[in-house]
Every structure is written in structure tokens, then in C-alpha cells.
Ligand binder design. Structure first.
Ligand SMILES: [Zn+2]
Length: 443
């Protein structure tokens, strides 16, 4: 008898079983049965009328920035970093970091995101791990490595050896923790926020310990042009020269790749994380994602941080990813199934977890969501593809049940692992603490 059965939903597996109406049986943290009737479970959840799908994967967020929501709106990315993000991140202590990460993890889980790759700040990364460990999110987390300073980042940068020892300590403490639910990423903040020496150490460590590399790439056009004029050259040229451009690398944004970088991307096996809301809000541009997919590049989705989105909502990102490429390429570009694949298997592949998550297949870890379809904005459903309903009509608040690693973390829309009202009070207090430490320039 399975521990848990989601009963009678329209199940989009994204795997071998295709789409069917029936049950998902879960036991020992894994999917043990799929089909018309998998038998009774110790716990039964009625999913009739709901769409059941793999938990959504976001391959680029910043849990450390959840407290910064609404403090840095309508700004260019360069000003946004120098005038808001660096000073506010630097003001974090372990307590404010924990409050930020708990609020972010709660938002992710309640909205059906079961796995996130999160880049934190320079310090207090343990507090982010502790938050997601407690709330039940699956996460790959990296501290932001910033041992190369430029005007504006000297306020937040670290010495190379100090940064490195923190990376090694985090790997020892957290990689594989919580039964494998938590992993460590090696995460220079941007290609030029880390020294070449640091990049080489990161590449060697990632290979030795089988870790993901994660960084920001070609986000802003002016910044990309400025980097192009340096000795290292454009972002992907530099990453390639440092040995960092390969299947372990997950690159957020990739808005402004030139032709040579496109070739390097195609040949490298590196992954792109598309962040449409953040790219629009910071006026960075629109990444040519359909072209990357046509090149055979694996693409994931991500909300980026609450400071530049301002939601951590995979449904918003799916809808935008489906919509923003159509004016240029026509209405058939980026159909819903393609986008849902990016938000599930694409994310799982980017994180090196495709054997464990990203689809509902017997034997995989049980990361599953059930989404209500009974509200007016998703109604009626007769004869429509449930993937179309999820991508075009559904909202994050329609998510009813969420299972991560076999554990029911959201039941009937209620977070089971923390009291959300308490998290919100903690976040408000922590935000006041941060603002008490920083004098923001007028916007
Ligand atoms: Zn980012």
C-alpha cells in the first residue's frame, strides 16, 4: 500500500506514461505506481478535476533577495546592482538571510516550484540552506563568489582565499544533505566577479565533486559590450578559455550572445536559464530562446530574484516564455508543451537531476504538484490540452497540493512545513533591520 496517493487527476507525466486520467502512488520518497487505479494509500488526496504534473523546477533564483522585493523597481541593471543590491545584500546577517530564504521558499512551494537553483549572497549561505532544509524545498544553492572587485562591488567583495574556504566548507556541510535533497553549486556571481584563478579552482572542484557551476551571462547589452573589449573577451569566450563551459554549467539569461558565442554554446553542452520577467523588467532584452532550442541547447526557466521580478512564480515565467517570442516568430513558436518541458525536464537536466526528477516516472523521486482547474480563469476545460491550461490559464495560487521527495509540503493550498503568517512577520522585521543598516541613494 503506497503511503500517499493522488487520486483521479489528469496526470501530465512528461515521461513514458504520457498524459492520462488516474492516480499517482508514492512511497519511500519515490513514485511507485501510475495508472487508472494504483490501490489505496495511507493518505489519499482527491485530485479529480485537477491537473497533476511534475514539480516545477526553477534554475535561477536568489532566495537572499526576497526581502528586497519592491525596493529596486524601474531601474537599469547597473544602477540596480550598485545602488540597491550590493548595499542591501551586504547588510544581511544570518537572521535576515534566514527570514529572506524562508519567505522565498514558502512562495516557491506554494506556487508549485519544488526545486530551485539559488544563488545567494557572499555571506550567510548556511542560513539559506537551513531555511530550505526546514521548509522542504529541493534546492541547489551556491554562495555568490565575488573575489574580483570593480567600482561598486568593492563594498561586497571578498579575498580569494576567504571565498574559497567558505565554498569548500559549504560543500562539506551541505552537499547531499537532507537525504540528497540539498546540493551545493559553485557560483561565481558573474563571469567578471571572480578572478581567473578562482574560476580555475571552481572548475576543478566542480569536476572533482560533481557539482553544478552557476553564473550570470550576457544579461545586459552594455555590460556584454564592455566585457567584449577586455582581454578575456565576451562571456562565453572567457568561460570556454577557463574550462568552465560544459555540461556542468548553468548560465542565467544569455540575452546577448553573438554568433561565436552561439557556436560555443551549441558545442559545449552548457545549459541556459531563461528569465523572461527579469529580462523585461530590467529592460535587458529578450533572449533568443527558440533559436537555442533549435540548436539543441537545453533551456530551463527561472524567476531570478524578488528584487527584479518581483514574483518567484513559475507560472508567470511559463506564460511569458510562451508569449514573448511569438511577435517575432509567429504564434506557433514556443507552444505550451515546449514551455512546460523547460519548466520540468529542462530544469532537471540543467541541475543534473534528470534521472531523479523532472517527470512523473515510476522510480523517480516524488516531486509532484496538483493544480486546481475549477476557477473561472481556467474554465472550461473540455477538449483542451491540460498543458495549454497550465501554461496559459493557470496561476500560482491554483496550486493545491505539493509533494517534494515524497513529503506532502502543501496540502489544499496550505504550507505544512511552516506558518506563513509567522514567516511574513519575520520578513517584515528583517527588512526593517536591513533598511536600518543602509542609506539608499534616492532613486
Ligand atoms: Zn540573477
Amino acid at each position: 500500500m503506497p503511503e500517499l496517493v493522488l487520486r483521479g487527476g489528469t496526470v501530465i507525466t512528461m515521461g513514458a506514461a504520457g498524459t492520462f486520467v488516474g492516480d499517482v502512488g508514492i512511497d519511500g520518497g519515490r513514485i511507485v505506481a501510475l495508472g487508472a487505479d494504483v490501490g489505496r494509500g495511507d493518505v489519499e488526496l482527491d485530485a479529480r478535476g485537477q491537473v497533476v504534473a511534475p514539480g516545477l523546477v526553477q534554475a535561477h533564483v536568489h532566495l537572499c533577495q526576497t526581502l528586497l522585493r519592491g525596493l529596486a523597481d524601474d531601474m537599469d541593471v547597473i544602477d540596480w546592482l550598485r545602488e540597491r543590491i550590493w548595499p542591501l545584500e551586504r547588510a544581511h546577517d544570518a537572521e535576515t538571510m534566514g527570514a529572506s530564504a524562508r519567505l522565498g521558499a514558502a512562495e516557491l512551494l506554494l506556487g508549485g516550484t519544488t526545486t530551485a537553483l539559488s544563488m545567494e549572497s557572499v555571506h550567510h549561505t548556511d542560513a539559506a540552506f537551513e531555511a530550505v532544509e526546514a521548509l522542504g524545498l529541493r534546492a541547489v544553492i551556491g554562495k555568490a563568489i565575488m573575489d574580483q572587485w570593480e567600482p561598486g562591488t568593492e563594498m561586497i567583495g571578498e579575498e580569494t582565499d576567504a571565498a574559497w574556504s567558505d565554498v569548500l566548507r559549504l560543500v562539506e556541510r551541505w552537499h547531499g544533505a537532507a537525504g540528497g535533497r540539498l546540493q551545493v553549486a559553485v557560483s561565481p556571481r558573474g563571469t567578471r566577479n571572480a578572478t581567473v584563478e578562482m574560476w580555475r579552482r571552481c572548475v576543478a572542484l566542480a569536476a572533482e565533486r560533481d557539482l553544478r557551476l552557476h553564473t550570470h551571462v550576457d544579461e545586459n547589452r552594455g555590460q556584454a559590450a564592455r566585457f567584449a573589449a577586455t582581454a578575456e573577451g565576451r562571456d562565453l569566450v572567457a568561460l570556454d578559455a577557463w574550462g568552465a563551459l560544459g555540461p556542468r554549467m548553468v548560465m542565467a539569461h544569455c540575452v546577448w550572445l553573438d554568433d561565436a558565442e552561439r557556436t560555443l554554446l551549441r558545442e559545449s553542452g552548457a545549459h541556459v536559464c531563461h528569465c523572461p520577467s527579469a529580462n523585461l523588467k530590467l529592460a535587458s532584452g529578450i533572449a533568443p530562446i527558440p533559436e537555442y532550442l533549435a540548436d539543441g541547447v537545453n533551456v530551463a526557466l527561472g524567476a531570478d530574484g524578488a528584487a527584479c521580478n518581483n514574483r518567484l512564480d513559475a507560472f508567470t515565467e511559463m506564460r511569458l516564455a510562451a508569449l514573448i517570442h511569438k511577435p517575432r516568430l509567429g504564434p506557433r513558436a514556443m507552444p505550451a508543451r515546449t514551455v512546460l518541458a523547460m519548466a520540468t525536464l529542462g530544469g532537471a537536466r540543467a541541475l543534473g537531476l534528470a534521472d531523479e526528477i523532472g517527470s512523473l516516472d515510476v522510480g523517480k523521486r516524488a516531486d509532484v504538484i496538483a493544480v486546481r482547474m475549477d476557477r473561472p480563469h481556467a474554465w472550461p476545460g473540455t477538449a483542451s490540452d491540460p498543458a495549454d491550461r497550465l501554461v496559459y490559464a493557470s496561476q500560482a495560487t491554483d496550486v493545491d497540493h505539493v509533494v517534494v521527495d515524497g513529503r506532502l509540503v502543501v496540502r489544499s493550498g496550505v504550507l505544512q512545513t511552516a506558518d506563513v503568517a509567522t514567516l511574513q512577520v519575520d520578513a517584515e522585521r528583517a527588512r526593517r533591520t536591513l533598511l536600518g543598516r543602509v542609506r539608499l541613494p534616492p532613486s
